[in-house]
Design a protein around this ligand. Sequence first.
Ligand SMILES: [Cu+2]
Length: 69
Amino acid sequence: MREETIKIEGMMCGHCQMSVEKAIRAVKGVQEVRVSLGTKQAEVSYDPGITDPVEIKSAVIKAGYKIVD
Ligand SMILES: [Cu+2]
């Protein structure tokens, strides 16, 4: 299992936080996700044999949010 911290732009409330969490959790290979509204980031545990940060980030973008690089 690998850990990735993703910085996210555009989350304004608990609903946004839930949407991002749901989008990331829907990615195959994601084991665990914690999205923080305060620090505006997501900590994701994933199986590197199944998915990668690019795929996880693209799920966040598809949900309507931006990634801070
Ligand atoms: Cu919101």
